[in-house]
Design a protein around this ligand. Sequence first.
Ligand SMILES: Nc1ncnc2c1ncn2[C@@H]1O[C@H](COP(=O)(O)OP(=O)(O)OP(=O)(O)O)[C@@H](O)[C@H]1O
Length: 239
Amino acid sequence: MLILRNVTYSIDGRRIVDEVNMQFKEGMSYSILGPNGAGKSTIARILMGVIKPSEGKVLLDGRDITDLGVTERAKLGISLLWQEPARYEGITVGEYLTLGEKLKVTEDELRKVFEIVGLSYDLYLRRFVDKGLSGGERKRIELASILLLKPRYAILDEPDSGLDITASDLIDRTLRYLKKTGTTVILITHHEEIARKTDFSYFLCGGRVVRKGFSEEVVEYYKRACGKCPLLEGMRDGH
Ligand SMILES: Nc1ncnc2c1ncn2[C@@H]1O[C@H](COP(=O)(O)OP(=O)(O)OP(=O)(O)O)[C@@H](O)[C@H]1O
């Protein structure tokens, strides 16, 4: 089990994440929902070890991993789908996905994963992971790399952002595949229809967990609370 215990992250005295407690159990899927600036991506970066909390702990199976960096956490089976995946010069999609053939995968498995992320195996395998790929294509390839890694924990930061109308089906296929591989999913989203696809949700606002529970219930609360929240009036009016 992956746990955030009383985690706070401050910048210039401002608590961006404020005494957050979260638990992610084996094989379950979770959403972290919340408005812009709620602290969702900051939590993803804390879970992945990109940044260290100012206070509190990150625990994996009871072990304190707060001080471990990204590489060490990746070795423990934690992977992050970045909101904006990077591009690299000189390597093909096939080389990228198989870590230069270090990752042993069969052609069937590769084809299956291409199907899940909605890309043609024949058209994309030999393309370069450079600026020639669109943002959406790059995101689909990054997701494919996570599916092939079969991590214990997959943190997906807005997997649907930048994707077209097929994103919802892609998330369905992804969640089904990760359930089969026993991967625990932590999905960050603004969209209620995406959050509903997961088992449990945390609703984050102003860096704090304001609601947690079954996704259906938390999403209903999110719609009600955010719909009436005076703090978000400005954002909604575009001010
Ligand atoms: N390095 C930083 N320096 C200053 N402020 C930061 C920094 N990183 C994050 N913040 C602030 O912390 C708050 C939370 O940011 P975060 O990116 O975690 O929010 P989010 O919930 O992921 O938002 P969004 O839905 O817009 O992606 C925001 O107000 C953001 O401006």
